[in-house]
Design a protein around this ligand. Structure first.
Ligand SMILES: NC(=O)c1ccc[n+]([C@@H]2O[C@H](COP(=O)([O-])OP(=O)(O)OC[C@H]3O[C@@H](n4cnc5c(N)ncnc54)[C@H](O)[C@@H]3O)[C@@H](O)[C@H]2O)c1
Length: 319
């Protein structure tokens, strides 16, 4: 059945891909984005666009919307350490205003972009939703605070909510891909070397307790993530806050990513080994068992070469 959805942050990387998937599934989409880190040309052609802030969501939200998919946030870990107040204001304050607007408009379904950063240093691997949450940055703390806020909203006011805790989102979907500035994610940074926009890639530590000494991360294709969002809309149950990790359940090392970019692009990709960065765990891999059980979700594009090839096609188009 076709429905109408508000997509906050739909001019950004993940939001634009999910908005496009909703449109392809026959739904009506309104994107609400203040373009602070997003791009007007990333809003899918079939979507309505409101240039505005989530703190003012009450101006536009009404009961014609079946649900809100909430991507809008500040999401740079390093910036959050330097300017924590920005993260409490935008991520926590912004979501508080959005939840109030949803309550007033009787919009009772929410899908929220949470993050692996809510866990901090893992106590075991793969990480489960029941593991302790001890974020190591104001970014992770602000996202965890929102998760707590949503839990209360579900039990007190009957919201049906799903928080999806993404691990490392990567790849692109046609016209829609990753254009962060500054970029901090490994795959687009290595692709910038292939494009000649950066001389070499820094490898932060090669003496971790991993097979090749470099950090291992769980890369998930952005189109697989989009599929999980559409399933989450169906799975949302009034009064329940469901939290699901989203990852492939197996990781790739920094060196494996660099080698894959060499193979996909044909560029030599010089690398420079640098000091470890504080707060970088050796391995961050998701258990996606809950997403399998509750959403019926399984990643269809777990192959790293495919993820990199899609990101490369996008980088050549837009980069
Ligand atoms: N990309 C990842 O690897 C990753 C991993 C885990 C979680 N997440 C989460 O997923 C979401 C999307 O991430 P992304 O990589 O697409 O980021 P992005 O920066 O590309 O997109 C965020 C969008 O939100 C908009 N925005 C920010 N504050 C706003 C506000 N107050 N009002 C209206 N619009 C606002 C920005 O303009 C931007 O278009 C974020 O919530 C992020 O924390 C991303």
């Amino acid at each position: 059945m076709s429905a109408k959805y508000l997509v906050t942050g739909g001019a950004g990387y993940v939001g634009s891909v999910v908005a496009q998937h909703l449109i392809e599934a026959g739904h009506a989409v309104t994107v609400l984005d203040n373009l602070s880190t997003g791009f007007r040309d990333a809003v899918p052609a079939g979507a309505d666009f409101i240039e505005g802030d989530i703190r003012d969501a009450a101006k536009w939200l009404d009961s014609s919307y079946a649900a809100v998919l909430h991507f809008a946030a500040s999401s740079q870990v390093g910036e959050s350490v330097a300017k924590p107040e920005k993260y409490w204001d935008n991520n926590v304050g912004g979501t508080m205003a959005l939840l109030a607007a949803m309550r007033d408009a009787h919009v009772r379904t929410l899908v929220f972009s949470s993050t692996a950063a809510t866990y901090g240093e893992p106590v075991s691997s793969p990480i489960k939703e029941t593991d302790p949450t001890a974020p190591t940055s104001p970014y992770g703390a602000s996202k965890l605070a929102v998760d707590h806020m949503i839990t209360g909203e579900a039990s007190a006011h009957g919201l049906g909510a799903v928080s999806l805790r993404y691990f490392n989102v990567a790849g692109a979907y046609g016209e829609y891909g990753e254009r962060h500035d500054p970029e901090s994610h490994l795959i687009p940074l290595v692709l910038q070397v292939a494009q000649g926009r950066r001389e070499a890639i820094s490898v932060f530590g090669d003496d971790y307790a991993t097979p090749d000494g470099t950090c291992v991360r769980d890369y998930i294709h952005v189109a697989d993530l989009a599929d999980a969002h559409l399933r989450a809309l169906d799975a949302a149950t009034p009064g329940e806050h469901l939290i699901c990790n989203l990852g492939n359940g197996s990781g790739f090392s920094v060196r494996e990513v660099i080698e894959t970019v060499r193979q996909v692009t044909g560029h030599p990709i010089p690398e420079v080994v640098a000091e470890r960065r504080g707060g970088d765990p050796a391995v961050l891999v998701a258990s996606a068992a809950t997403a399998h059980e509750r959403l019926g979700w399984r990643p269809a594009r777990a192959d790293l070469a495919g993820i990199v090839a899609d990101a490369w096609a996008f980088a050549q188009r837009k980069g």
